[in-house]
Design a protein around this ligand. Sequence first.
Ligand SMILES: *Cc1c(COP(=O)(O)O)cnc(C)c1O
Length: 381
Amino acid sequence: MRSPAEARVDLDAISDNIALLRERAGGAAVMAMVKAEAYGHGLVPAARAALAGGATWIGVARTAEALRLRDAGVTGVPVLVCLSVPGEPYDEIVARDVDLSVGSLPLLAEVAAAAERAGRPARVHLKADTGMSRGGAAAADWPALVGAALAAEAAGTVRVAGIMSHFACADEPDHPANERQLRAFVEMSEHAEKAGLRPEVRHLANSAGALLRPEARFDLVRPGIATYGLTPAPQLGTFGLRPAMTLVADTALVKRVPAGSGVSYGHTYTTERETTLAVVPAGYGDGVPRHGSNLLEVLAGGRRHRIAGRVCMDQFVIDLGDGALAPGDEVVLFGPGDRGEPTAQEWADALGTISYEIVTRIGARVPRVYTGRLAEREGHE
Ligand SMILES: *Cc1c(COP(=O)(O)O)cnc(C)c1O
């Protein structure tokens, strides 16, 4: 059954973006970040498209996401959980060959105990807090974490596969924090290696770091937003990336109304003259931000129209003036921009947020429809 609103995801765009990032990464490997349903694009199809484009690692935030990938047959490729929290089923995680980021002694102990139950060492990436003050061990706590990891390696419960950290300001290349984080990362990983750890990969860079800071690439880069074709640094350009998601909805109803008609809840929009209104069946229940009321534009009948009045849960209204649109006609909310529709970046700019939030919040009610050659090959409809 067709849905009145759908998010079309061009899997070829995802694989092409990864190929571009791989080229830009020099010799570094690419870990495609597919957390939060691949930023709204769909966890498993996006992961497969990224692998087709040359990614050799997959990154997620939560253990459940990693297990879903393994259940779907994404095997034979390392999957890293970047946000490990206490109380997860770590014995299953270890048994399913999922890598874990670990930034504290209690978590290392928990993971090592689970590995003992699972009967094989846990693959961990020690996480250094190089200046974001979020996850990871602060510099003062780093030697103790490294020491405990060495002891766990000797006991056969842990294998340190990686050393990692995360940038706070990589989208502002001139921000002084970048240099400081880079230096701290080099120092902390050198300390770990001098102490005797032999990680396969050291990694620091998100999309912005990978695209803007060659010396931050180390052995592996972890692009998220760029995988989906959106720029991590809009003030610096699009880097040749191609947005993968197009959000569309089929016009539900078109009607003439007189001048002075109040539109949608609260009558925050009133028609100035006799005009044609169209009802578009996508609302905040689908992830269209209510802050976009009377603000965001969409493409309908080849022309841009601003949302008239408040965005409702399931729908919004546009004022076509004397423009024509028929029920069932497709309205493009955002997309790559090549047909004149807004981009997710344009919506984000209008709303004072980032493109990440626009695509990630597209709701579960909106079916993802996969397009492109890769989609055909994988048998998506
Ligand atoms: C989300 C995430 C990334 C990707 O960040 P982008 O800005 O989307 O490229 C990289 N590393 C970690 C640890 C993350 O959580």
